[in-house]
Design a protein around this ligand. Structure first.
Ligand SMILES: Nc1ncnc2c1ncn2[C@@H]1O[C@H](COP(=O)(O)OP(=O)(O)O)[C@@H](O)[C@H]1O
Ligand SMILES: [Mg+2]
Length: 402
């Protein structure tokens, strides 16, 4: 019997997951509202429908033996009904919590997992929002509880005039928000935990993440943190995955601060304050680095879980530093072409991989591809990543090579 795995969402995460799945000979079915989504060009079976179209989603579930999602903004209430007929991994109960910042924060505090200080701002209370925010304390961030990604729907509030501006914009009257204390971040890291139905559980090495404009810019492995901090982080991530009852991948994003935060729920290890930022119950942008840095990638791991293939602990393939850099639409815009001109690769032998997701519409800040480079030190890896990406954006550089 040919097995068919369904992926809700046809973006780059689905595309790369499908590559790992295909190596086990299975067929891929994808559901995405956008017929141009990267995976839609490659899957065996393509369903284009709205996320709210229960009939179409139900037909999609019928076609598949097992399903997963690479996109979090699917209505989880629908998935609770659909998962009764077909196995969805991770389950709808995991998605319900992780897709909603309010429920996610409530979960963290109920499970006594380390987190930042937060408060919920209901839209019904928007009238008193100004006082509520000032009482909560500045600087802080207001984030929409549902539907945000890559920093969308987030407001940094440092002064009372920022607060007034947000109140005047009426954003708070429209949807629920969560307030978070602004953390003085030393390093952001992520840890991906994989759990199978057969009781296996493994964690990836911890990644160090650098953001630019609230969007992931670079991921480095190994992370520059002490061993004691790394092992606490791994143990927190594993506990969270068990508490959420995840079968599949759980990515846990962390803030690490060297300054005591306001939150009493931060965990302190050797002068480092550890707090969970958020969860993603799926492969993660930072995990792209595993495609080169580890003997099993995050996508290979999820494919194994979905197909009941035994897991193994992923190992780093060398003791070098690996660095993944995102390529945003801005690179394509700077080049002024659909196809990415990669001629500068000749000058960057330490750039060992470049991936383009095949998205047609190059928009600023849209994730369109990534690359991985390696070096002997973190600083060299970061330097190479910046230089390589700049070379792709610099016309003179590209021309001098013609
Ligand atoms: N409370 C905070 N304090 C400091 N920086 C923050 C805070 N919340 C978010 N950020 C910054 O914004 C980035 C994106 O925020 P995040 O909540 O992870 O949303 P997204 O869903 O867009 O990834 C974080 O990785 C971090 O760099
Ligand atoms: Mg995030």
């Amino acid at each position: 019997v040919s097995r068919r795995i369904g992926i809700l969402g046809g973006g780059q995460l689905g595309l790369m997951l499908s590559e790992s799945l295909m190596r086990f000979g299975v067929e891929i079915a994808v559901y995405d509202p956008d017929a141009q989504a990267p995976l839609c060009k490659h899957a065996t079976s393509v369903f284009n429908g709205a996320w709210s179209d229960e009939e179409k989603l139900s037909a999609f579930f019928e076609e598949c033996d097992r399903l997963t999602y690479e996109f979090e903004n699917v209505e989880s209430e629908l998935l609770f009904r659909l998962e009764k007929k077909k196995d969805l991994m991770p389950g709808a109960s995991v998605l319900r919590i992780t897709q909603h910042r309010g429920l996610e924060k409530g979960f963290l505090s109920a499970q006594k997992l380390p987190h930042v200080q937060f408060a919920i701002l209901n839209k019904e209370d928007a009238e008193n929002a100004r006082t509520a925010i000032v009482d909560f304390g500045l600087p802080c961030l207001a984030k929409t509880t549902f539907g945000g990604y890559d920093g969308k729907g987030q407001y940094m509030l440092t002064s009372e005039s920022d607060v007034q501006e947000l109140v005047d914009s009426n954003a708070l009257t429209k949807v629920q928000h969560v307030l978070e204390e602004a953390i003085d971040i030393a390093i952001e890291v992520s840890c991906i935990v994989a759990r199978s139905r057969n009781g296996e559980e493994v964690a990836f090495p911890i990644f160090e993440n650098q953001h630019h404009d609230h969007i992931l810019d670079l991921t480095l492995v190994p992370a520059r943190i002490p061993h004691s901090v790394a092992s606490e982080i791994e143990s927190i991530a594993r506990t969270a995955a068990r508490d959420l009852n995840v079968f599949g991948l759980l990515t846990v994003e962390f803030f690490l601060s060297r300054k005591k935060p306001r939150s009493a729920a931060a965990r302190e290890v050797d002068g480092w304050y550890i707090m969970i930022n958020e969860f993603a119950p799926r492969p993660h942008n930072s995990g792209h680095v595993t495609m080169k840095a580890c003997d099993l990638s995050q996508f290979d791991m999820l494919a194994r879980i979905l197909l009941d293939v035994p897991l193994k602990k992923p190992q780093l393939v060398s003791d070098q530093v690996f660095c993944m850099g995102n390529l945003l639409g801005d690179v394509w815009i700077a080049q002024g072409k659909q196809e990415l001109d990669l001629s500068t690769l000749n000058d960057f032998p330490d750039v060992i991989d470049v991936v383009s997701y095949g998205k047609k519409d190059a928009r600023s800040k849209r994730k369109m591809g990534h690359f991985v480079c390696r070096a002997e030190t973190h600083n060299k890896a970061i330097d190479t990543a910046h230089k390589f990406r700049n070379s792709l954006k610099t016309k003179q550089y590209l021309h001098s090579k013609l």
